[in-house]
Write a protein that binds this ligand. Structure first.
Ligand code: SF4
Length: 276
C-alpha cells in the first residue's frame, strides 16, 4: 500500500502544511513576519501561528480554513476554539512582564515562560503558545486561563478537597467520575504508575497523610496538587484522593481546574498503556 493510500480522506483529517499553503495567497509578502507563505502554513499547522496573522486572508477564508484545520475527531470543539481565541485576545492586551512574577512565570525577550509538570511552555505577546512538547488542548486552555485569571495567590501549603475550591461543589460529581475514580483504577492496575510520575513530571513525595504514596505535582507553577493513594488490602478497597493547595481556587477558574485534572488523568492513562 502506498503512503498516499494510507492517509485518511482529506475531509477526515486536518490540512497538511502543503494543503494549507495551496490555499494561501502565495505572495510571500512577509506581513505575517515569516519568510513566506509555506513557512506560515507550517507554523499554523504546528500551532505556533494563527490564521489571523495573515492579513491577506478574508474573514470567510479564515473561518473555512479554521474548520479544515480541525480533524473530525479533534477534542477541540468550536466552543473550545472560541474560548482559546478569547483568551489569546485577552493576553494580547496584558503586560506580560508585570504578570510573570505574580504567577510564578518568567519573562524575557517579549515571551512569558511557564513551567507545567517540569516542561516549559512559552507564550508571546499575542497569546500564541509554543513548546518543545506537543501542545494539547487540555494544557493550552487552562494555561492561558491561568495567565489571564483576575486573582492570584502564592501556594499556602494547606491542602483542600476539590469541593472546597470556589465552585467545586457543582463539579465534584464529575470530578470524582472523570478524575479520581479512573486514576484510582489506573493505580490499582499499575502499582508503579504513581511513583513513575515523580520522575516523569518533576514531582515529589511527601509524608503528610497515612497512605502508600502522597505525590505532589505542579501542573502550573502556583497550582500544586497532591495525589494520595492507598492500595487495596485484604477486603479493603483502594482509596485515591486528589487535593489542592488552598491557593488553587484563586488562581484558576473551577472549569479550567477540572479540564486540567481530567486531561492529566487521560495522559496518565496513556502512559500506563505504554508501560503495559
Ligand atoms: S502574510 Fe500571508 S500572504 Fe504574506 S507571506 Fe504571510 S502567509 Fe503569505
Amino acid at each position: 500500500m502506498s503512503s498516499r493510500e494510507q492517509q485518511p480522506p482529506a475531509a477526515e483529517r486536518p490540512l497538511t502544511p502543503l494543503e494549507l499553503y495551496s490555499r494561501l495567497e502565495k505572495s510571500n509578502c512577509g506581513r505575517c513576519l515569516l519568510p513566506g507563505c509555506l513557512a506560515f502554513a507550517a507554523a499554523v499547522v504546528a500551532g505556533t501561528r494563527k490564521l489571523a496573522d495573515c492579513p491577506a486572508l478574508s474573514a470567510e477564508a479564515r473561518a473555512e480554513l479554521s474548520r479544515a484545520l480541525q480533524p473530525r475527531s479533534s477534542s477541540l470543539t468550536p466552543l473550545q476554539a472560541d474560548f482559546i481565541d478569547r483568551l489569546e485576545e485577552k493576553i494580547a492586551s496584558m503586560d506580560l512582564a508585570a504578570v510573570a512574577p505574580r504567577i510564578g512565570a518568567s519573562y524575557s525577550g517579549g515571551v512569558l515562560t511557564i513551567n507545567s509538570l517540569g516542561k516549559d511552555f512559552h507564550i508571546d505577546s499575542q497569546g500564541r503558545m509554543s513548546s518543545q512538547c506537543h501542545i494539547i488542548p487540555w494544557v493550552r486552555a487552562p494555561l492561558l486561563s491561568y495567565v489571564t485569571n483576575p486573582t492570584h495567590r502564592p501556594p499556602t501549603g494547606n491542602w483542600i478537597s476539590f469541593r472546597e475550591l470556589e465552585g467545586g461543589i457543582d463539579w465534584q460529581g464529575l470530578f470524582r467520575s472523570r478524575c479520581e475514580t479512573p486514576l484510582r483504577e489506573l493505580a490499582d492496575a499499575s502499582p508503579d504508575l504513581l511513583s513513575d510520575l515523580v520522575e516523569l513530571f518533576s514531582g515529589r513525595t511527601v509524608q503528610l497523610f497515612a497512605a502508600d504514596i502522597n505525590l505532589v505535582l505542579h501542573p502550573l507553577p502556583h497550582f500544586p496538587i497532591l495525589i494520595s493513594y492507598q492500595a487495596p488490602e485484604d477486603d479493603l478497597e483502594s482509596k485515591l484522593t486528589i487535593l489542592f493547595d488552598e491557593c488553587c481556587g484563586s488562581n484558576l477558574h473551577i472549569k479550567s481546574a477540572f479540564t486540567l485534572c481530567s486531561g492529566l488523568v487521560r495522559m496518565f492513562a496513556q502512559i500506563a498503556r505504554q508501560h503495559a
